[in-house]
Design a protein around this ligand. Structure first.
Ligand SMILES: O=C(O)COP(=O)(O)O
Length: 231
């Protein structure tokens, strides 16, 4: 059980694997690019480990290592192919995880400001939030943009906290990967793991999660009393 602490005054969310289950649309889009280049596709589960460090790393992890070594232009070309394929199929199977709408409603009811920070390319991040989470207002929705460091760099997370006027230590950061837990810890935020996401509870706890939640609504414990709800 985590130590009780000051209650969170704001919530910063990761997107892929935390608010939205985007695995199938991301994996299918990369597989389409791989097959277009004559490389073998991966089973969807493999993408749980590939996603998280941005699109170039996603593509690089999916490609055969020898092919990447042999042709430096392969990753950028496949990234372009991915943008095209994902642009066509980003919303085929993606949507909020069970319990996310209820959590967001409960945070709105409490007047808790919410923001999204993703390593997904910024335009796709905006589109996913606008179209798959249309009912909720987020104070900031930021994806990967040229000129800004990706997570686990804590810079953008800290800027969001500053813009909200909330001390980093009073921000609950909910994410589903080691990258997110490192970002949260680097920013001095309350690192909460989304156990339903792409990577699972043991990776989250090994990378410094204060707790790995099994259901989204459990986050309210940190907002209402600064720790897990008893029982
Ligand atoms: O697309 C990625 O690389 C990861 O996106 P996320 O930061 O929302 O998990």
């Amino acid at each position: 059980m985590a130590e009780p602490r000051d209650a969170a005054l704001a919530v910063l969310f990761d997107l892929d694997g935390t608010l939205l289950d985007t695995l199938e649309d991301l994996g299918r889009s990369v597989n389409e690019v791989l097959e277009g280049h004559g490389f073998p596709p991966h089973p969807m589960d493999a993408y749980r480990r590939f996603i998280g460090d941005g699109v170039a790393m996603l593509v690089e992890r999916a490609l055969p290592a020898e092919a990447v070594r042999a042709d430096p232009s392969l990753v950028p070309r496949c990234v372009e192919g991915f943008r095209e394929a994902y642009g066509r199929g980003w919303d085929v199977a993606s949507g909020p995880y069970p319990g996310i709408p209820e959590l967001l409603d409960a945070l709105v009811a409490r007047g808790i400001p919410m923001a999204v920070l993703s390593n997904k390319p910024h335009p796709f991040t905006r589109r996913c939030v606008e179209e798959l989470l249309p009912r909720w207002r987020f104070a900031a929705v930021l994806g990967d943009r040229p000129g800004f460091a990706r997570k686990p760099d804590p810079g953008e997370a800290l800027r969001i906290a500053a813009d909200l006027g909330v001390e980093p230590g009073r921000v609950a950061y909910l994410g589903d990967s080691s990258i997110d837990m490192e970002t949260a810890r680097g920013a001095g935020m309350i690192a909460l793991g989304a156990g339903w996401g792409f990577r699972g509870a043991s990776e989250l706890l090994a990378h410094g999660a204060v707790a790995a939640l099994s259901r989204p609504i459990e986050l309210l414990g940190w907002v209402d009393r600064g720790g897990a709800v008893e029982g």
